[in-house]
Design a protein around this ligand. Structure first.
Ligand SMILES: *[C@@H]1O[C@H](CO)[C@@H](O)[C@H](O)[C@H]1NC(C)=O
Ligand SMILES: *[C@@H]1O[C@H](CO)[C@@H](O)[C@H](O)[C@H]1NC(C)=O
Ligand SMILES: *[C@@H]1O[C@H](CO)[C@@H](O)[C@H](O)[C@H]1NC(C)=O
Ligand SMILES: *[C@@H]1O[C@H](CO)[C@@H](O)[C@H](O)[C@H]1NC(C)=O
Length: 304
């Protein structure tokens, strides 16, 4: 017997993903500046079981959240390893998908990159991923490798209209959402501009607590950014009200049991000291009155 789920529900079942990401990197930071500042939101159905960010039992050098959805356990959307690797996966919405049931879960793209069991270089991993790109539903993959000498950021998207090769991304402030990198949603552009101002004003180690508070309020920003033709185009079957509710950095659609349910902030200073902070809704989630809990992890990158 066949069960016909709407396409969006079927896809959402299989993928743990990040929904908005802001990133600032600095190759040679001044002594009181950060080498990396990352802020991101995960938007997801509240019912989907998720584990808070933690050091993974089988890979104790890795910290990140994990999916507990049956059949997809262990997948991750954002993770960091003390080997100096960070990976983030974002879903690309509104693309033609031939047969999503045939697709491999993308959550392991993140876990495989950060655990690096195959001992592959950054380039080798991305080359392999881009060769297998057709096996997955459309995504943006942001991968970062940090050594004492440099910080290298690459983006690769398997969505149509994208370059089929991974691209090097320069340093500075940038952002990604659930569209292809060349056609960001308005909320992503507005968020990048606010993120840039925050980094300029407070991106110093001595201002850490105010920096974190400012980044968190960026992640909680509920202003809608409309009109947004790209968002409208990618949410083709949705009502104007749902499009509007998706046009904010912080998404809140309690009547659908959906929205931003996790905020993550990562700071790495010039000596390779990492602060990994996460705020997440406590399960089971009451959509109209969620309880937020936070967890902080610190570690030291091996090579810095
Ligand atoms: C994803 O990448 C693979 C390999 O490069 C390619 O065959 C496939 O067409 C790509 N998918 C899309 C939607 O572009
Ligand atoms: C937006 O956030 C502010 C402050 O957090 C809150 O007072 C307001 O009710 C929110 N607006 C909407 C539409 O959710
Ligand atoms: C917008 O909201 C709906 C839930 O009502 C969700 O299914 C959809 O994925 C969201 N779209 C984007 C681009 O976040
Ligand atoms: C984690 O750090 C943030 C920012 O400094 C703070 O607001 C939060 O309360 C901390 N959470 C825990 C559980 O210590």
């Amino acid at each position: 017997m066949h069960v016909f789920l709407p396409l969006s529900a079927r896809c959402l079942k299989v993928i743990p993903v990040m929904c908005i990401l802001f990133l600032h990197t600095d190759n040679s930071p001044a002594p009181n500046k950060f080498r990396l500042i990352l802020a991101s939101n995960r938007d997801e159905y509240y019912q989907r079981p998720t584990q808070q960010a933690h050091f993974w039992d089988k890979d104790p050098t890795v910290v990140g959240g994990r999916d507990l959805e049956p059949g997809r356990e262990g997948g991750s959307w954002l993770a960091l390893s003390t080997q100096g690797r960070i990976a983030v996966l974002l879903n690309v919405k509104g693309e033609n998908i031939q047969d999503p049931s045939q697709n491999t879960g993308r959550g392991f793209i993140v876990a495989d990159f950060v655990t690096n069991k195959q001992h592959e270089t950054h380039e080798e991993y991305l080359e392999k991923l881009s060769k297998n790109g057709h096996k997955y539903n459309p995504f943006n993959f942001i991968s970062i490798v940090i050594s004492s000498k440099e910080i290298k950021v690459q983006q690769y998207s398997n969505a149509s209209g994208c370059k089929s090769q991974p691209e090097n991304v320069g340093s500075g402030a940038r952002g990604w959402g659930n569209s292809i990198p060349d056609r960001p949603f308005c909320k992503v552009n507005a968020g990048i501009s606010r993120f840039k101002d925050i980094v300029e004003a407070y991106g110093k180690t001595e201002d850490k607590s105010i920096l974190v508070q400012e980044l968190l309020s960026l992640l909680k920003w509920n202003k809608s950014h409309l009109p947004d033709p790209e968002l409208r185009r990618r949410l083709i079957n949705q009502t104007p009200s749902i499009v509007e509710k998706n046009s904010t950095v912080f998404v809140n659609i309690p009547e659908q049991g959906y929205g931003t349910r996790t905020h993550s902030i990562i700071l790495i200073d010039g000596q390779g000291k990492v602060d990994f902070m996460e705020w997440t809704m406590k399960e089971p989630i009451d959509p109209f009155n969620p309880t937020w809990i936070s967890v902080n992890h610190t570690c030291q990158l091996e090579e810095c």
